[in-house]
Structures are given as C-alpha cells and as structure tokens.
Design a binder for this molecule. Structure first.
Ligand SMILES: [Zn+2]
Length: 293
C-alpha cells in the first residue's frame, strides 16, 4: 500500500448527484485533506447500459459547485476497457475465471446464485465468472467495527465481464484503486456487501487492499436508503445550506451559518474526525426531507 494518503470519490453517472452521494464525496474529501492527502474523482461508468454523459457532466458540475475538485485528471472508467481486459486475461490465464452462458432462468433453482463452475462453450457468447470459492477476510472498519467476510457464504461466482462486453463494477473498482495507488477508501456502507469479493480479487492479483472506511447510510422516513433507485432527487448546485446539512449528518456541531462553501470546507477539514460517526444509519429530519424529493 502506498504510504502517502490517496483517497477518491467514485460516483456512477446513472443519475445526478443526490444528497447521500454528496455526503460520501465530502467525507472522503475531508478525510484526504485532513491528512494532507490527494483526493481524486473517478467516474464509474463501466456499465454503459445505465450511465450517461449528461449525468457525468452534471455530477462533475455539482461537485465543482461545492468546491470539490479532483487533484488529478478525472478518470473515466469507460476509457479503460483495455486495462480491465488485460487484468481479466491474467485471471483467465490462471484459470480463475471461466466462460458462462447461464441465464437468469437457468439459475432459478439456485435462487440466482452461481455456486459452481459451468465452463460454457467459449466460442458462444458468454460472460466471464470468477471462481471465488475460498477466502476469509477480516479488517476493522473505523466506523463499522470488526468485519468478517467468507466468500463461500453464500457461494456465488461473480460476473467480471458481462455477455454484452461490459466489465463489472467489481473488477473495474479493484483495478482502478490499485492502479491509482489509492490508500484509503471512504464510501457508503451499502458497498460492504460486495467487499468480500473485492478482497478476494486483491488477493488473486497479489495486491494489498486500501484501508476501508464505510460511512453510515442516510435513510428516509420509511427507513429506506436514499438512492437513485428510490428516486432521490438531484441536489441544487452551490448551496452553502446543503453543505451545512451534509456536515450536520457527518457529526459536526455548531456549524457557522454565515460561511461560504469554501470557508465551510476549511472549517470542517480542521475539525473532521471519523469518530464523529457511528454505524447507526443517519435518519433525515423532517425539515431535511426536502433535500431528497
Ligand atoms: Zn454459468
């Protein structure tokens, strides 16, 4: 792992930036800045069937309106097909992945899970799945506490490249975090679910995983996570009040009410601590519901 702190915020342009994503962006930014680290923006548009350049431009514009600028050129995953292909071929050469032609219907008897090799005909259209059978990974998350992942529970071989030629998020995120020398990942706790498979990939490549820190999730009054899937609305650009709300949910107290966005970021950087947060979900107050719908 690199010694210098390098963090990143990596949104998927499947919709505009919503309140929950701004919270992740600000937390990762403050964490990097406080440690005099580098902070990067990466656009995770590897699933071309769900992403758009309009959303990508809107997300970057919103981040910039909150004074969140990438320290290096913004990396766009859809430009990196050859790189992911290179690493996929490394796994193919080691027989760690195999061609699969299974369909949702054919996996019905296993509830959609793909627990063992099928080794389909490589000459027919197929996806590539990883034989992710064995691996126990443990680490202590600064916010979520001790984490234990056993990739065999439940046994499910993930797709690394789809039949339609798109690479999976799992492969792209691991390759990019490694290639970009990311030392620290601060992201939403919803991504803990797939962390075990990512750690398995790090192990196969012989790479050390970045340090991981998972933020509590913002939930609405029904207890649902705020996400594009449940139509969280776009946040307005350049609103100090919205940034103040983000800081409030990140555990800051006595936030100055008359500061500009730039001043708020400096103020928060000086005070930021991961210990401000616990693993409990962050429930939006009634007044703040307006931020998400
Ligand atoms: Zn299969």
């Amino acid at each position: 792992m690199p010694t210098a702190y390098r963090g990143r915020f990596a949104p998927s342009p499947t919709g505009p930036l919503h309140f929950g994503s701004l919270l992740s962006a600000v937390a990762s930014y403050l964490d990097a800045r406080q440690q005099q680290g580098t902070w990067l923006i990466r656009i995770e548009d590897v699933d071309g069937s769900r992403c758009s350049t309009d959303n990508q431009h809107a997300i970057i514009k919103t981040l910039h309106s909150y004074e969140l600028f990438s320290d290096e050129a913004i990396l766009i995953q859809s430009d990196r097909y050859d790189l992911y292909q290179h690493y996929l071929e490394m796994l193919i050469a080691r027989d760690l992945v195999y061609p699969c032609q299974c369909t949702r219907a054919s996996l019905k008897s296993t509830q959609g899970l793909h627990p063992k090799r099928c080794d389909s005909d490589v000459l027919q259209p197929h996806s590539w799945r990883a034989q992710c059978d064995i691996g126990i990974f443990e680490f202590t998350d600064p916010i979520q506490g001790p984490q234990h992942f056993d990739v065999s529970q439940p046994l499910n071989h993930p797709v690394l490249k789809r039949k339609d030629d798109y690479f999976s998020y799992q492969l792209a995120v691991v390759v990019d975090d490694h290639v970009q020398n990311i030392s620290d990942i601060v992201r939403g706790a919803d991504l803990l679910e797939t962390t075990g498979q990512q750690l398995w990939l790090y192990q196969q490549f012989g790479w050390q995983s970045p340090r991981l820190c998972h933020l509590p999730l913002i939930i609405n009054e029904n207890g649902d996570k705020i996400s594009k899937q449940n139509h969280a609305k776009a946040i307005p650009n350049a609103e100090p009040k919205v940034l103040s709300s983000v800081l409030h949910y990140l555990g800051f107290k006595d936030i100055p009410s008359d500061y500009s966005i730039a001043q708020l970021l400096v103020w928060a950087t000086e005070r930021w601590s991961r210990q401000q947060l616990t693993q409990a979900n962050l429930s939006l107050s009634e007044n703040d519901q307006v931020l998400i719908r």
